[in-house]
Each structure stands twice: as structure tokens, then as C-alpha cells.
Ligand binder design. Structure first.
Ligand code: SF4
Ligand code: SF4
Length: 157
């Protein structure tokens, strides 16, 4: 499902819209299946079919770059960082489900207990956050029907 992230920017809006339409149909089919009291496998999708439906091959480029940097510079070199476009709005601090971010001065500082949800990255309205300042061509994304207050109201402050 298109949840809190889509991977690289190669996933276009048209594909995302198509996925939502398909999954809506599928969820309706699942409901019908359950209502009829059926059990067992509803659908079987072969791995190659999944790969061709989604531009997985294009994502390998991103993955390889991450692995190469991790290998040569260490995992810490990929820590979250905010660049000069950050306006200190505190969204990242508020949205982090594990209170791993504090604003110091007017910039976020990440602590060491990140849960890896990528909410800070995806919800930053200024797109200021990166992994160690590297550009991995990762697209900022969230579910189109979810607004920030939905998340903030569900997150203990
Ligand atoms: S959400 Fe983005 S702009 Fe706002 S404080 Fe965090 S990094 Fe800066
Ligand atoms: S990725 Fe998630 S858990 Fe980690 S710092 Fe960002 S919001 Fe917090």
C-alpha cells in the first residue's frame, strides 16, 4: 500500500492514483469475501508480476547509493539532517512518534532512538530534511487523504 513513503521519485502521481483505485476495488472484494464467510487465499501474485507493476528496478539505484555510502563512510553519515531551508516550524519535532527530535535554536536535532518511520522526512513542508545531506531522489510523500492534524492528534506530545 502507498503508506508513509514511496521510495524514489520515479514513482509518479499517475501510478499512485492507479494503485489507490486498484486497492479500493480489492478491499471491496475482500469485504465481500469475508461477508460471504469464505476463507483461504483471495489472490496470489507472483513476485515477477509485483516487480513489473512497480518500478522496483529504478529503486535499486537509490538502494545501491545508500549501501555504497554506508560502506565507505559508515551508517552515521546517513543520519537525518536539516539544511538551510529549514524554517524551524517544529513539525518534525511534533510528529516524531518517539520524541527523537528536539529543536535547538531554530533547527532540529535528532537523538539516537529513531524508529525509522520517516514521518519527519515526509511531512517537512520545506523538504529540508535529508539523510546526511545526500540526495537520494526520495520523494516526499504521504497518503493523500491524511492531513497533518490526523497524525499530530494521534501522537502524544
Ligand atoms: S519540519 Fe522541516 S522546516 Fe520544520 S523544523 Fe523540521 S526540518 Fe525544519
Ligand atoms: S524517522 Fe520517525 S522516529 Fe525517526 S526521527 Fe523521524 S519521525 Fe522520529
Amino acid at each position: 500500500m502507498p503508506h508513509n513513503g514511496l521510495g524514489c521519485a520515479c514513482v509518479k502521481d499517475a501510478l499512485v492514483r492507479k494503485m489507490f483505485v486498484n486497492w479500493k476495488k480489492k478491499s471491496e472484494a475482500v469485504c465481500e469475501y469475508i461477508k460471504k464467510g469464505k476463507s483461504g487465499r483471495i489472490e496470489f501474485v507472483l513476485l515477477p508480476a509485483m516487480i513489473f507493476r512497480f518500478p522496483v528496478f529504478k529503486m535499486f539505484k537509490v538502494l545501491f547509493k545508500i549501501v555504497r555510502i554506508m560502506n565507505s563512510k559508515g551508517i552515521d553519515s546517513l543520519s537525518f539532517a536539516a539544511d538551510d531551508t529549514c524554517n524551524g516550524c517544529r513539525i518534525c519535532e511534533k510528529i516524531c512518534p518517539v520524541n527523537n527530535i528536539q529543536i535547538s535554536g531554530s533547527k532540529p536535532i535528532w537523538s539516537d532512538h529513531c524508529a525509522g518511520c520517516f514521518a519527519c522526512f515526509h511531512w517537512c513542508s520545506k523538504r529540508s530534511i535529508s539523510l546526511g545531506g545526500y540526495d537520494f531522489n526520495i520523494r516526499n510523500y504521504h497518503h493523500p487523504e491524511v492531513i497533518i492534524s490526523d497524525i499530530l492528534n494521534g501522537v502524544p506530545s
